[in-house]
Each structure stands twice: as structure tokens, then as C-alpha cells.
Ligand binder design. Structure first.
Ligand SMILES: [Ca+2]
Ligand SMILES: [Ca+2]
Length: 87
């Protein structure tokens, strides 16, 4: 029973991460210097990319920055774009 619940949790978790491969590609395109994080400067320098993202339409870099360290990692970006996409 415990094992079943673990598997269920894993499916839920992988589902969240893998649901939108396009979002991860967007993140990698935004990450101009490929250091694994996206700064507000990188976002501002790619208006052609972000104009289609929630990040732009909501003017919400700070909102997406869940741990408030001043930049977005892949998890934060994916979570932000996915949650809003689902609405
Ligand atoms: Ca970067
Ligand atoms: Ca962050």
C-alpha cells in the first residue's frame, strides 16, 4: 500500500515536470549565458521570446521568483508558466 502511494506520488511529480517540454525549451532560450538561471536582465533582453509568456503579460518576474533570490531557476519558471497555462 505504501509502495502504491509512492508510485502515485512519483507519477504526479514527473507529470508536473514533463508536461510541457516547450516550456523548458523557452527557459533555455531565455538563459542567454546558460548558467541555469534566468535573470530579469535576460528576460528584458529577449522581448521577442517573452512576449508570448505569462512572465511578460503579467509583468511578474518577482511573482515567478518563488524563493525571492532575484532570478528564476528552471523549476520556478516551469511552475509559473504551467500554473497560469492551466487556467
Ligand atoms: Ca542566465
Ligand atoms: Ca528564484
Amino acid at each position: 500500500m505504501d509502495k502504491l502511494m509512492t508510485i502515485g506520488g512519483l507519477i504526479l511529480m514527473t507529470g508536473t515536470v514533463a508536461a510541457e517540454p516547450g516550456i523548458i525549451e523557452q527557459f533555455q532560450q531565455l538563459d542567454a549565458n546558460q548558467d541555469g538561471i534566468v535573470t530579469e536582465i535576460e528576460v528584458d533582453s529577449r522581448p521577442d521570446l517573452v512576449r508570448y509568456m505569462h512572465l511578460y503579460s503579467y509583468r511578474s518576474f518577482g511573482l515567478a521568483d518563488a524563493n525571492e533570490d532575484g532570478h528564476l531557476n528552471e523549476a520556478e519558471f516551469v511552475a509559473f508558466e504551467e500554473v497560469l497555462s492551466a487556467e
